[in-house]
Design a protein around this ligand. Structure first.
Ligand SMILES: *Cc1c(COP(=O)(O)O)cnc(C)c1O
Length: 384
């Protein structure tokens, strides 16, 4: 391996997950693939062509810069939707490229009108409603104000969507709050309709909501984590699988991450290993040095806790995770040598290191661990 580590993306898993989601959600519900945070660490430039190949033609991002990366990765026309940040200048760029964006305050609506006029074009917007998450969105009064403006500028604004975001559909403890959000959303939708404004897409659901609250699917769902093969929470998974005779997880993880042994060393009992005194060898041990560390997204919180696979065995991370290295105990691995594969995430023979195992150890969410995987790691597509 030329690189210090490599991320593999399993094409068969992509095909599997998209087919599963399409089957479950049916023809009437559009899937928007959420590819923010570098496609949840998988790599926008690698994931978009794969998603495209298996029938995705709608993408959601947070930043305009991500929208441009998606735009440049497409080989056929698709819809791109910016859910979050774009500066005033980017509103102009978005309209010029036909990129859609959320409007969650009057300022952004004003920019949309201004630049659509200037470009002699139409801004394609999704009106985001504030329904109780209290994060972003127009409240009922602001919506009325926006409706007036939109009607006055009907030639340069196209309302493609009316949306909101639910405050934690992956946990049953938020049930009451979410029901109240859906109620508020529907009320505001009526206001919109009464003014003759009928959006093509009503959308409120992420992965968890699409499965826990089927009513929330509406016309479009914004699916992130499930496309990559993860359930939003164990609660959502248990709820799904409980009703099934077949208890096999229908989702497959796309991402694997591996490295190789850089050096091997024998350490005598009683010696400290690595920085400081966080690891003391209790017996004579053999260690392997692996050239990845927290600068690549291997979290420092896995110090003395993480596990990797070498020679088909689980091996423990010993001492603190360094910027560019970890040290692991390979005393129990037969014939390990420099250059041998080290699996950080994924399978080796019949063992597997899951992202969820990371998160249980380090208290980070799957989302967070994936999003931290450095963009500098080379990504390659495999079939398995
Ligand atoms: C990230 C995000 C999603 C996708 O969430 P998942 O849990 O990954 O499916 C959907 N909608 C919005 C507004 C988001 O920010």
């Amino acid at each position: 391996m030329i690189n210090n580590s490599l991320i593999t993306l399993n094409e068969n898993a992509v095909e599997n997950n998209i087919a599963f989601l399409k089957k479950k959600l049916g023809d009437k519900v559009k899937i928007s693939a959420v590819v923010k945070a570098n496609a949840y660490g998988h790599g926008i430039e690698q994931i978009v062509p794969l998603f495209e190949k298996y029938g995705i033609d709608h993408y959601s991002v947070f930043y305009y810069s991500e929208a441009i990366r998606v735009f440049d990765s497409l080989s056929k026309p698709a819809t791109i939707m910016v859910m979050g940040w774009l500066c005033e200048e980017s509103v102009r760029g978005a309209i010029a490229r036909g990129i859609e964006f959320f409007v969650f305050n009057i300022e952004r609506l004003n920019f949309a009108i201004k630049y659509a006029k200037e470009l002699n074009s139409k801004a394609k917007i999704h009106i985001e409603a504030e329904t109780g998450m209290n994060r972003s969105g127009l409240n009922a009064d602001e919506l009325k104000n926006a409706i007036t403006k939109i009607k006055e500028n009907a030639d340069c604004i196209e309302i493609v969507g009316f949306c909101t975001h639910l405050a934690g559909a992956e946990s049953i403890s938020n049930h009451v709050r979410i029901q109240s959000q859906l109620k508020k959303y529907n009320k505001m939708l009526v206001t919109l309709g009464a003014n003759g404004l009928i959006p093509k897409y009503r959308h409120v659901a992420n992965s968890a909501a699409a499965f826990v609250y089927p009513k929330a699917r509406m016309d479009l769902v914004r699916i992130g984590i499930m496309l990559y093969g993860f359930w939003s929470s164990s609660e959502v998974y248990v709820q799904y699988i409980n009703h099934k005779n077949n208890k096999i997880n229908p989702l497959k993880r796309i991402l694997g991450w591996n490295s190789q042994i850089m050096a091997i060393k024998k350490v005598k009992s009683g010696e400290f290993i690595g920085y400081g005194i966080s690891y003391l060898a209790q017996t004579d041990i053999i260690t392997a040095l692996v050239p990845i560390g927290y600068s690549f997204g291997y979290s420092r919180s896995l110090s003395n806790k993480g596990r990797v696979l070498i020679g088909g065995q689980r091996c423990s991370v010993i001492g603190v995770v360094n910027m560019n290295m970890i040290i692991v105990d390979i005393s129990h691995v037969d014939n390990a040598k420099v250059g041998d594969e080290v699996v950080l995430i994924g399978k080796q023979n019949d063992l597997e290191i899951k992202v969820s195992a990371f998160s249980e150890i380090s208290n980070e969410l799957n989302y967070e661990i994936l999003a931290h995987l450095s963009e500098s790691i080379v990504r390659t597509v495999i079939k398995q």
